[in-house]
Design a binder for this molecule. Structure first.
Ligand SMILES: C[S@@+](CC[C@H](N)C(=O)[O-])C[C@H]1O[C@@H](n2cnc3c(N)ncnc32)[C@H](O)[C@@H]1O
Length: 299
């Protein structure tokens, strides 16, 4: 084990995982290590490990069922009461923690962006949270900052009705359900009664190639007011550099494929989709870039 740790520079979370697996099922540990090293692994070993992941990890099970589900992000935001060693690894990994850190960064920066917008464009602010899942980010931002302000409102749109129902419960508990509409459907086909002032897209672009991102942002541009503002997150290449093992494990488990992008690539996506790039911020690990921009009038 020692040589292996040194060779691949595993972090503390991975070392703890290997120690736990050594006791629980050393074959799964061997399978993981051999696959990561690119060494041959028998089909039987692969199948046994796959079965172990299904039966010993809620997060892996959720990824296998649907890699794009907000169930996974919600578990990473909230944690688990008694996580298995596999789930504990995912929760304690840098990439796992960076997801919660992204939420914290958005909740910190978003009120400043809303206020900046309100100062420039007096009146109502309508936020579109596209692919919102339950919409915890918006619910938290509104309940902390705008609970008693009636002209900052939001629409959470998702194709997952169960996530939206959960979001509505969260909004009621936080006392902001009167400020948020929950709409079930494909946001690419959404026809709003009123265009949005601000659009938030978090956890949507990450699996998409650059051309697909450009096409998607061209669609969202039509949902945005001329002077509107677009916030979009994407996983950065830093995540892959600093925590390659977690990505390897997740991609093995559930075919979880991400397209890591640089700040410059995200900037180019904005430009090619017809937006001016204004600024960006990151989570505390620098694993997620959150761009901020507004539609260009002529392109
Ligand atoms: C990874 S989750 C992120 C949820 C939330 N934005 C967050 O950051 O916590 C992605 C969500 O986008 C939704 N989604 C993806 N594409 C969509 C589409 N075209 N229309 C509606 N919802 C979509 C999925 O159903 C899922 O709930």
């Amino acid at each position: 084990m020692e040589n292996f740790e040194k060779k691949f520079e595993f972090d503390e979370a991975a070392i703890q995982l290997f120690k736990a697996l050594e006791k629980e099922n050393s074959q799964v540990k061997d399978c993981l290590i051999r696959s990561y090293k690119g060494l041959p692994v028998s089909l039987q070993m692969k199948e046994d490990s796959y079965n172990y992941f299904i039966t010993h990890s809620i997060i892996s099970l959720a990824i296998m069922a649907n890699p794009g589900s907000s169930i996974i992000t919600e578990i990473l935001y909230d944690g688990l009461p008694s996580p298995s060693s596999l789930d504990n690894f995912i929760l304690q990994s840098k990439s796992g923690k960076a997801i919660k850190s992204r939420l914290i960064a958005i909740e910190k920066e978003f009120p400043r962006i809303i206020e900046d917008y309100r100062n420039r464009n007096r009146g109502e602010v309508l936020i579109g949270n596209l692919g919102s899942g339950p919409g915890r980010d918006i619910i938290n931002v509104l309940s902390t900052n705008y609970r008693n302000v009636s002209n900052v409102r939001a629409v959470n749109i998702d194709k997952d009705l169960v996530a939206l129902r959960r979001g509505r419960r969260m909004a009621i508990v936080k006392g902001v359900d009167h400020l948020i509409d929950f709409v079930e459907g494909n946001f690419l086909k959404y026809k709003p009664n009123q265009k949005f002032d601000i659009i938030l897209l978090v956890g949507i672009l990450c699996p998409l190639k650059i051309e697909a991102c450009i096409n998607l942002l061209k669609v969202t541009r039509k949902l945005l007011k001329k002077e509107g503002c677009l916030l979009v997150s994407n996983v950065s290449k830093r995540m892959l550099e600093k925590d390659p093992f977690t990505y390897f494990l997740m991609s093995q488990v559930g075919n979880w494929k991400l397209v890591f992008k640089t700040e410059e690539e995200l900037k180019q996506i904005y430009k090619k989709a017809g937006y001016n790039w204004k600024e960006y911020f990151t989570d505390s690990y620098g694993f997620h870039i959150i761009g901020v921009g507004s539609p260009r009038f002529y392109f």
